[in-house]
Design a protein around this ligand. Structure first.
Ligand code: PRX
Length: 663
């Protein structure tokens, strides 16, 4: 099912010798101290029970830490009851911190800002919960959320959590088709959206995609709740569509929250797998809150009473769920939420926000860091970044050069960097330095955090030694682990628990350096990581093949200096389309048409960087496409071993054809 464990580049990475220990001053104030490792080592479940009681307010205490008798279906904190929204909002107000800013919201248009305190948030989530309840949403109903980065996105999620209604947030960059399939799969009764949001200086519409997504006979949606953000014109379906400002504006501002079982579903989040059908990753309440809050405290070192934390992710991805909404808010932290892109209206926008709001902890992605590097260090130099004291990285491997640039140009050569490895499925950070403990090495996510067990294993599942590469596995269950794939328990078992006996297979290749530090090097399955966004090769292939002119398609992720990987597609046209293209010289138009088709089927984020029209695809005798060879072509390398191809001349045909044209 997967390619061989990666070994390329192993030797260069393993020669990285620089280490950056925290200062004594940083360590003295750090939330995460070395004892955590000892405590977790001595009694792993006891350790998690302690964290559960420390970070989360339980309505009813749990009686058992972990029930793993029905593995791989875990139950954490058995018998405990709680409300996630009460944990993230109400209790901070009850503790007297209602005046603390929860969200410094920064809109993309300059000067468009809003500060929301915990007391205000409390009022908003209660009103939103009442409004949703009036629309018929109750415990167990799923709600789709398709919103830009506006406070209502967090409020909507929390209001759903308050009602025990699992939310399914769909990233605003996904198309109507992608939204439709997610709404259908989750059976969502209500969709929360907006007229649009601001992107690159312009209003960008969202509501039309929802209208198109619901333009199917059997859709389960009863109501669409619409936030007015841009004021642009929207089509309106009477009886179905409701303005947020009407429904939430008029709703009562008190709402009695019910406590739910620790294992009550909190949300579904769709992510790409190795087939064309996205997986609805399901997370539950208790364990997820415990581990997101714990990690935000000890890994990002967030001190809720003094830090200004900023996670730049979109709420549509798991990073936004865990480290904008549930982790920081469960801690009662103050954070920045930004609507727009880093270069609007100028390339210093991030640094201006850091300076103006005195951001202390910044969590972003390597692709953003590499983009800032490209724009030049003179841009951040113009701003006062001295407030920054911890920097984080997530979503893809960070190369040592980008790591050093981040430290020197953003972190004032002193802020510890936490390179945090985790996944939609893991729910929270799993492998990372602790900033007050670990002497970090540029490019390595270092070690599992306290309470987490990971290994790098070979094909047979045996741990590899230091200085070697293999597959990354997690050897013990953890509190924020996915509890399954929505509606597909078998796929859950097959995907994660069948490659190696009894351990979780992450789908990533990793290496251990001579000191046993972990270097995650990327996916070993047919999943790409483009700008930190997970994309499935087969999902994009299905989108291409659904175009009437396409007979067959193969997609690979090619190395890209900025985005990590870039989507490259090889396409065989149907006979009549080939003739047409030849006659009318329409090759380039066709490539543009296919790219737009992918954007329509999945979303603009899935548009291939390159589409190459080819006469054949390289296949083995059993018909499997040899992506490795296509990757060689996409990365401009000499094509590797072709001996297992059914027809070894195919690669010549492809490369010759491309020299003569292509995209
Ligand atoms: O390949 C790994 C990469 O991102 C994948 C998970 O993607 P997703 O579920 O979208 O979640 C992204 C945000 C947590 C992983 O399988 N990845 C994530 N963090 C790192 C990473 N690769 C290397 N280093 C990281 N720190």
């Amino acid at each position: 099912m997967s390619d061989p464990a990666p070994t390329e580049g192993l030797s260069t990475l393993l020669h990285e010798q620089r280490t950056f220990p925290p200062s004594a001053e940083f360590t003295a104030q750090a939330n995460g101290q070395a004892e955590l490792f000892e405590q977790a080592e001595a009694d792993r479940l006891g350790f998690w029970a302690d964290q559960a009681r420390r970070y989360v307010q339980w309505e009813q205490d749990f009686s058992e830490v972990l029930d793993w008798s029905d593995a791989p279906f875990a139950k954490w904190f058995v018998g405990g009851t709680l409300n996630a929204c009460v944990n993230a909002v109400d209790r901070h107000v009850e503790a007297g911190n209602g005046d603390r800013v929860a969200i410094h919201w920064v809109g993309e248009p300059e000067g468009d800002t809003r500060d929301i305190t915990y007391a205000e948030l409390h009022q908003e989530v209660q009103k939103a919960a009442n409004a949703l309840a009036d629309l018929g949403v109750g415990k167990g109903d799923t709600v789709a959320i398709y919103l830009p980065m506006i406070p209502e996105a967090a409020i909507a999620m929390l209001a759903c959590a308050r009602l025990g209604a699992p939310h399914s947030v769909v990233f605003g960059g996904f198309s109507a088709e992608a939204l439709h399939s997610r709404i259908d799969d989750a059976g969502s009764k209500v969709v929360i959206t907006s007229d649009g949001g601001y992107r690159r200086g312009k209003p960008s519409a969202l509501k039309p995609a929802v209208d198109a997504a619901l333009n199917h006979d059997d859709n389960p949606v009863e109501h669409v709740l619409v936030v007015q953000r841009t004021g642009q014109d929207v089509d309106w379906t009477e009886g179905r569509d409701v303005w947020w400002h009407d429904a939430v504006g008029q709703a009562a501002d008190t709402h009695e929250a019910e406590a739910f079982d620790a294992e009550h579903p909190l949300f579904i989040l769709y992510t790409s797998g190795t087939t064309g059908k996205p997986k609805g990753i399901m997370h539950t309440t208790g364990g997820y809150l415990v581990q997101t809050a714990f990690t935000n405290h000890v890994v990002h070192d967030v001190h809720p009473d003094s830090d200004v934390y900023w996670c730049t992710a979109d709420i549509g991805w798991v990073t936004g769920h865990s480290y904008i909404v549930y982790g920081p808010m469960t801690l009662g932290a103050t954070q920045v939420m930004y609507e727009g892109t880093p270069d609007t209206p100028h390339q210093g926008r991030f640094w201006e926000i850091v300076q103006d709001l005195k951001v202390t902890v910044l969590y972003t992605a390597p692709t953003a860091i590499r983009t800032f590097m490209k724009w030049g260090s003179d841009i951040p130099e113009k701003f006062d970044l001295s407030s920054l004291r911890v920097l984080g990285s997530v979503g893809e491997p960070i190369n040592p050069e980008a790591w050093m640039w981040y430290r020197e140009n953003i972190g004032g050569d002193s802020a510890p960097i936490v390179d945090t490895w985790w996944q939609t499925e893991t729910g929270a950070i799993m492998i990372s330095p602790l900033p007050g403990v670990t002497a970090a090495r540029p490019g390595s996510a270092m070690r599992p955090i306290p309470g987490i067990s990971a290994q790098v294993v070979d094909d047979m599942g045996e741990p590899v030694g230091n200085d070697s590469g293999g597959y990354l596995v997690l050897t013990e269950p953890w509190p924020s682990m996915l509890r399954g794939i929505w509606g597909d328990p078998q796929r859950y078992k097959d995907t994660y628990w069948s490659r190696f006996d009894g351990v979780y297979f992450a789908g990533d290749g990793a290496k251990l350096d001579e000191d046993g530090n972990i270097w995650v090097v990327g996916r070993v399955d047919d999943v790409m990581n483009v700008s930190g966004h997970r994309m499935s090769t087969s999902e994009i292939e299905s989108a291409l093949v659904s175009h009437p002119k396409v007979a067959e398609a193969a997609v690979v992720g090619a190395a890209d200096d900025t985005t990590g990987q870039a989507i490259c597609a090889f396409v065989i046209l149907r006979e009549d389309a080939v003739q047409e293209a030849d006659e009318e010289g329409e090759g380039q138009d066709l490539v543009a048409e296919l790219r737009n088709h992918v954007a329509k089927e999945i979303g603009p984020i899935a548009k291939p960087r390159q589409i190459m029209i080819v006469p054949e695809l390289p296949k083995t005798r059993s018909g499997k496409i040899m992506r490795r060879l296509l990757k060689d072509v996409a990365e401009n390398r000499t094509v590797g071993d072709v001996t297992t191809l059914a027809d070894s001349s195919v690669m010549d045909l492809i490369t010759q054809g491309l020299q003569g044209g292509g995209d």
